[in-house]
Structures are given as structure tokens and as C-alpha cells.
Design a protein around this ligand. Sequence first.
Ligand SMILES: [Zn+2]
Length: 186
Amino acid sequence: MSLALYTLVGIAFLVALFFGLRKLIRTYLTFRGKMLVTCPETNKPAGVEVDAGHAAIMSAMGEEDLHLKACTRWPEREDCGQECLSQIESSPENCLVRMILTDWYKDKTCVYCRKAFGEIHWHDHKPALLAPNKITVEWQEIPVEKLPRMLSTHKPVCWNCHIAETFRRAHPDLVIDRPANRSHLL
Ligand SMILES: [Zn+2]
């Protein structure tokens, strides 16, 4: 083979590699993380996780292959037909818990300090929720399948206020309350 042909083959290989990798990364990011679906069997919410690594590798090879690697109804229903995958396939972003939460916090303000949430950084300083019993909880503590109900009964709390409230609960003797700031919560 001539040098020109080698170069051409090399370029073709690199282009194919680039598109394959791009597809792999995109697919991984699309399906990575906890998801909320309606279980077709019970018609109730269920928390699931897609095997995003497998889906990404298959997509790079030009195939679509989604399957679950976790479900809150497992191990009892581990042999189900995974029919909920059609909901994920048609709209993965509507099933992703972090997207559902981003949407929920988007136009809200912290129930304590009244600050708007703005852009949420999910890797740290995540916002929390205020339960009806006035205890703040981090959303990771809430089972995914209970999220839809929680979002209708709980109020949004920013990270700083969540930490302050957690400290207040643990050390009530060290905190001096200013009732004017909290009157809207009573
Ligand atoms: Zn706050």
C-alpha cells in the first residue's frame, strides 16, 4: 500500500473512533443515574437504574440495547419483562431523578432564607427538602419511588439552611432564634 492509502485508512479509522466515542459518551450520560418510572404492572412509581455502561458500549457498536441493572421492586420482580424501559427510551430526561428535581427546584425559593435556587450543582451543596414534621432531609435519603408524593408534601430548602437546621436540631442549646426570620414557617 502506498503512503497515501495508509494515511487515508488512518484518517478513516480516527473518524470512526471519534464518532464511536462520542456516541458512547452521549449514551452513557443520557442513561446514567437513578430514574423514576411508572411500573406497568402496578401503575405505581418505581425507582430504576439502566445499565448505562452496557448501553454505551453497545451504542458505540451501532446497536441499541437497554436493560435495567436495578429496580426498587427487585428482587421479588427481578424476572419481569422490564416493560418500563419504553418510558425511558421515549423520554430519558423525564425519567432521570436529577432532571425531575432540577425542574422542581427551578422556580422555587428556599423556605427559610427565601433565596432562589438558580442553577443546581448536583456534585456538591445539593438542595434539601423540608418534611411536614419540620425536619430537613437530603433527597438521596428518599426512596425514588416515594419522590412524586414527597415533592407534593415537602418544601424546598437550600444547602446552607439544611446544614443550619441540622445543627439547630443537634444543638438546640447553642442556637439563639430570631423569631422574626422564622415566623413564616410556624
Ligand atoms: Zn436557605
